[in-house]
Design a protein around this ligand. Structure first.
Ligand code: MN
Length: 372
C-alpha cells in the first residue's frame, strides 16, 4: 500500500542562466553561484563579493534503496526539470510540495539593496512560471531582507500572481533591524492581509553554516543549522508578531519537529517566571502561539510523530527534502511506512497531508488514496 504525502520541504534548481538572462551584467555576476573543486571534494559559494567553502560528500557513499550514489541522488532528474519531476513525485508517493529555491537560499548574504530587490524579482517571475505548470508545485516567493518597502511591494506583486507563500531568511543581514523590530511591521501586515504563509528553511540566512571544524564537525554543523529556524520561530512567537496576527502561519522546514514543545516550554518558563522583567503583553502563552501558528517539517526523525501523539503539537508536517541527500528520494515509501505503520490513520493523515492542507488548501488531495 502506497502512502501519499505532501512535502513541506523540497527544492528545485534554478536555471543556470536565470540571472544572466534576467539582470544587467553588472548585477548578474554578483548573484550566488557554486563552484565545485576539481576533485569534487568541496564547493565554494560566491555571493556579492563574499565567499565560503564547504566539504562535499564522498561520491562513493551509497544511499537509498536501489543503491544510488550521493552524486546520482543529487542529480535526480526532476531536480532541474519540472516535467520529469512529476514522475519522481509519483514514484515516491509525493503529491504537493513546498519548493524552496536552491542557490536562492544564499540570497540572504547579499548586502546591496538594489541587487537584492532586482534579483528576487527575476527569481520570483521564474517561480510563478514553474508554479503555473501544476497545482502540486507551491513556490514561495523571495523578498529583499534589506528594505521593508521593497519587501512589501514584492509581496503585493506576488499575491497578484497567485503565489501563496513568502520565503524569509532565518534572520536579517548584519546592520538591518531584526525581524522582531517595529521596522518590519508593514511586512507582517501585508502578509497577513494577503494570506501569505511564511516559509522559512532552517539554516538560510542564519549564522555561518560552517561553525565547527575537526572531528564531528560535519554532523554538528547540520544540527547547528537547525537552531536558526527554531530561533526565528521563537522570536516570532515571543515578540507578539504572530499573536497580533492570528491568521499568519509560519513553516519552519528541515529543523525537525520535537523542538517545538521544547522551545515552547523554555519560552513559557521565561515569560511566566521572569514576568517582572519581561514587559511583552501576549494574549496567549508563547507555547500556545507556537502550537497554533508554527508548522515544523521533518524527514526521518524517529521522535517527530510523538511531538503530535505524546506532546499535543498538531502542526507536525512531513517533508521529503527532495532532491537533497538528507532527504528521502529513493526510499520515501520505506520511511513513511516505518513512521506510520503503527500509528492511527488520523495521525498519518495529519502529518502527511492535513497540516500541509491547512497552509495550502488549494492543492487538494492525491487522486490515489491508499492502494495503488
Ligand atoms: Mn530542505
Amino acid at each position: 500500500m502506497k502512502i501519499w504525502a505532501n512535502s513541506g520541504d523540497s527544492h528545485y534548481m534554478e536555471p543556470a542562466d536565470l540571472y544572466s538572462n534576467g539582470l544587467p551584467k553588472e548585477l548578474a555576476e554578483r548573484m550566488p553561484r557554486s563552484v565545485k573543486a576539481e576533485d569534487g571534494s568541496s564547493e565554494t559559494i560566491y555571493v556579492d563579493g563574499k565567499s565560503f567553502t564547504r566539504d562535499m560528500p564522498k561520491i562513493s557513499t551509497v544511499v537509498g534503496k536501489g543503491g544510488k550514489t550521493l552524486t546520482q541522488a543529487l542529480e535526480a532528474p526532476g531536480s532541474k526539470d519540472i516535467d520529469i519531476r512529476q514522475a519522481d513525485l509519483d514514484q515516491e508517493g509525493i503529491w504537493a510540495e513546498l519548493i524552496y529555491p536552491s542557490v536562492g537560499l544564499w540570497n540572504a548574504m547579499i548586502t546591496d539593496p538594489v541587487l537584492a530587490r532586482e534579483a528576487v524579482k527575476v527569481a520570483n517571475d521564474w517561480a510563478v512560471e514553474v508554479q503555473s505548470k501544476s497545482v502540486r508545485h507551491v513556490m514561495p516567493a523571495q523578498i529583499s531582507p534589506l528594505d521593508v518597502q521593497d519587501a512589501v511591494d514584492e509581496v503585493l506583486r506576488m499575491a497578484g500572481k497567485g503565489i501563496k507563500a513568502i520565503n524569509l531568511p532565518c534572520s536579517t543581514p548584519k546592520d538591518i533591524p531584526d525581524f522582531n523590530r517595529p521596522y518590519w511591521n508593514p511586512l507582517w501586515d501585508v502578509m497577513h492581509e494577503t494570506e501569505m504563509v511564511i516559509a522559512v528553511h532552517t539554516g538560510a540566512g542564519g549564522e555561518d553554516p560552517v561553525a565547527f571544524h575537526g572531528p564531528g564537525a560535519g554532523t554538528v554543523n547540520y544540527l547547528w543549522a537547525s537552531y536558526s529556524g527554531m530561533t526565528m520561530a521563537a522570536l516570532m512567537a515571543a515578540s507578539g508578531i504572530l499573536d497580533t496576527r492570528p491568521g499568519l502561519k509560519l513553516i519552519i522546514s528541515e529543523a525537525g519537529a520535537t523542538w517545538v514543545p521544547f522551545v515552547g516550554d523554555r519560552l513559557n518558563e521565561a515569560y511566566r517566571q521572569h514576568s517582572d522583567f519581561i514587559r511583552d503583553n501576549l494574549t496567549r502563552t508563547p507555547k500556545e502561539i507556537l502550537y497554533d501558528q508554527v508548522y515544523a517539517s521533518f524527514q526521518h526523525d524517529e521522535t517527530a510523530v510523538q511531538a503530535l501523539t505524546a506532546m499535543g503539537y498538531n502542526n507536525v508536517m512531513w517533508g521529503s527534502d527532495y532532491p537533497h541527500i538528507e532527504g528521502t528520494f529513493g526510499h520515501t515509501q520505506k520511511t513513511l511506512h516505518e513512521l506510520f505503520d503503527d500509528e492511527p490513520e488520523s495521525v498519518r493523515y495529519r502529518i502527511t497531508q492535513g497540516a500541509f492542507l491547512e497552509c495550502f488548501p488549494h492543492v487538494g488531495t492525491p487522486p490515489l488514496q491508499g492502494i495503488e
